[in-house]
Design a protein around this ligand. Structure first.
Ligand code: GH3
Ligand code: MG
Ligand code: MG
Length: 423
C-alpha cells in the first residue's frame, strides 16, 4: 500500500521562492557591481562582532528594544495606502540610527539599523524594481561599515558635545561614498561619477539627517526635558520625507512619460536603451519592421496607418507577453528584448508566432487591408557587454528578410553560416 503524504506548504517554501525570484534583480547587475555588493556584505558580517564588542555595557534588552522600536516606527509611519512610497525616507538610517550611534555606540545603532531594514523588507514594494528585502540587505551591506567608521571617527571631536557632530559628518561621508560607488557600479558609470552622485544627490539627504541627529543628541545631553524638541524633529523629518516623495512620484511620472511612445503606448527607444543595460545572458533581440507601410499610408491614408501601428503594437506585445520588453523605436519599426531564450530554434519559434499573429490581423471596415512584418532575430552572446551587438546582427538579419521577399523571419546565425564572406 502506498502511503500518501499530504503536501503542506511549509514556511520554508515562500522563503525559497523569495530567494529564487529575489536573486534575479541582483543577477541582472553588472559583474563588478555584484562583487562590490558581495564585498560590502562580507565587510558588514565581519564588522558586526566588532560593533557588538564595543557596546558600552548596554543591556541586551535595550539593543533588542531599539531594533524593535525602530522597525515598528517604519511600519507605523509608512501610510497604509501606497506604503512603499514613503519607505525610502526611513530607508536611510535617519535620526534613530545616528542618535543611537552618538549616545549608546555602534551596537545600539546597528541593532536599530537592522530592525529598520528588517521592517522595510516586509513593506510591500510597488516600484517594480528590486524587491524590498533585497534593498534591505543591500542597505545593510553599506550601512554597517558606515556605522563602524563613524563611531571610530568620533575621536576627531575635541570634546563630548562635539562628538555627535564628528559622528554625523563621518556618517554622511561614509554613506555618500558607499551608496554613490554602488550606484555608479550598478549603472556602469565610473567610480568618480559615483562619488559625485554620492556626495551631491545622496549626500544632501544624509546631510539633513545628520544635522537633525546632531541637534537631537545635543539637545538630549543639555536638557533631557527637551525630548519634545526631538519629537518635533522626527515629525519634521517625516514631513520632509512626504514632500520629497511627492516630488519623487511626480518625477517618476514625468520619467515614465518621457519613455513612452504616445501613439502606441509602448515604451520608446529611450526606454529600450535602458532595458538593454540590464538584459540577462540568455536574452535575444527581435527587430520587427512593417512591410511596405508607406503603401498602406498612401492607399488608406495616414490615420489608417496610425491605427495599423496601434494594432500591430498590441499584437506584438500580446504575443510576446511579459517575457519580453517591446518598444517602438520610431516610424514602423519595433524591437523586442526577450529575457530568456534557450537556443536559435526557440527564438525563431517565438518570432514566427509574432509574425503570424500580425499577418492574421483583421480590420473590420477594411477587408482589403493586409499587414505583414519582417523580423530579424539575434541572441546575445556571453562575451558581449550589452545587447547592442545583438541588435546590429538582428538589424542585418532584418535587412536580409526584406531583401528576400518580406513577411519572414531571419536569424543572424543562419546568415553567418550561409554567407561566410559577408562579415
Ligand atoms: P519596407 O517594407 O522596406 O520596410 O517599406 P516601408 O514602406 O515599410 O518602409 P519605409 O521606411 O520606406 O516607409 C516607412 C513609412 O512609415 C514612411 C513614413 O511616412 C511612415 N511612418 C512613419 N511614422 C509613422 C507614423 O507615426 N504614422 C504613420 N501613419 N506613418 C508613419
Ligand atoms: Mg517598413
Ligand atoms: Mg522602416
Amino acid at each position: 500500500m502506498r502511503v500518501v503524504i499530504p503536501h503542506h506548504r511549509s514556511f520554508i517554501e515562500p522563503l525559497t521562492d523569495l530567494l529564487r525570484t529575489g536573486w534575479k534583480p541582483l543577477a541582472a547587475l553588472p559583474a563588478r557591481a555584484r562583487w562590490w555588493w558581495l564585498a560590502t556584505i562580507l565587510a558588514s558580517v565581519a564588522l558586526a562582532p566588532l560593533c557588538l564588542s564595543q557596546a558600552d555595557a548596554l543591556p541586551v534588552f535595550a539593543l533588542a528594544l531599539s531594533a524593535l522600536l525602530n522597525g515598528l516606527l517604519v511600519l507605523a509611519t509608512a501610510p497604509r495606502r501606497n506604503r512603499s512610497t514613503l519607505l525610502p525616507t526611513f530607508d536611510y538610517g535617519g535620526i534613530a540610527t545616528l542618535a543611537l550611534l552618538a549616545s549608546f555606540g555602534p551596537a545600539a545603532a546597528l541593532a536599530a539599523f537592522i530592525g529598520e531594514k528588517a521592517a522595510g523588507a516586509f513593506v510591500p514594494d510597488a516600484s517594480g524594481q528590486r524587491p524590498a528585502w533585497v534593498r534591505s540587505v543591500y542597505n545593510l551591506a553599506w550601512g554597517s561599515p558606515c556605522i563602524v567608521f563613524s563611531w571610530a571617527m568620533r575621536g576627531l571631536a575635541p570634546d563630548r558635545t562635539l562628538e555627535p557632530v564628528a559622528i554625523a559628518a563621518c556618517w554622511w561621508l561614509a554613506n555618500g561614498v558607499l551608496v554613490g560607488t554602488m550606484a555608479a557600479l550598478a549603472q556602469r558609470r565610473s567610480v568618480r561619477d559615483g562619488l559625485r552622485i554620492g556626495m551631491t544627490q545622496e549626500g544632501w539627504l544624509r546631510l539633513q539627517e545628520g544635522a537633525l541627529s546632531i541637534l537631537a543628541v545635543v539637545v538630549l545631553w543639555t536638557n533631557p526635558l527637551l525630548l519634545v524638541v526631538v519629537v518635533l524633529l522626527v515629525i519634521g523629518q517625516a514631513m520632509t520625507g512626504l514632500r520629497l516623495f511627492r516630488e519623487y512620484e511626480a518625477g517618476a511620472a514625468a520619467r515614465d512619460q518621457a519613455r513612452k511612445d504616445p501613439l502606441t503606448s509602448l515604451p520608446n527607444r529611450r526606454a529600450f536603451e535602458e532595458a538593454l543595460e540590464s538584459r540577462s545572458t540568455r536574452a535575444a533581440v527581435l527587430m520587427l519592421d512593417l512591410d511596405h507601410f508607406k503603401r498602406i499610408n498612401d492607399t488608406f491614408g495616414h490615420d489608417v496607418g496610425d491605427q495599423v501601428l496601434i494594432r500591430v503594437a498590441a499584437v506584438i506585445q500580446a504575443s510576446l507577453g511579459s517575457l519580453a520588453f517591446c518598444a517602438r523605436l520610431g516610424g514602423e519599426e519595433f524591437c523586442a528584448l526577450i529575457a530568456d531564450v534557450a537556443d536559435d530554434a526557440e527564438m525563431f519559434g517565438v518570432a514566427e508566432r509574432v509574425r503570424l499573429a500580425v499577418s492574421q490581423l483583421q480590420f473590420e471596415d477594411r477587408a482589403d487591408l493586409r499587414v505583414t512584418i519582417s523580423i530579424g532575430a539575434a541572441r546575445c552572446r556571453a562575451h558581449e557587454l550589452n545587447a547592442r551587438a545583438a541588435i546590429t546582427r538582428a538589424d542585418q538579419a532584418l535587412l536580409c528578410a526584406k531583401r528576400n521577399g518580406r513577411d519572414r523571419t531571419y536569424v543572424d546565425t543562419l546568415l553567418e553560416a550561409s554567407l561566410p564572406l559577408a562579415s
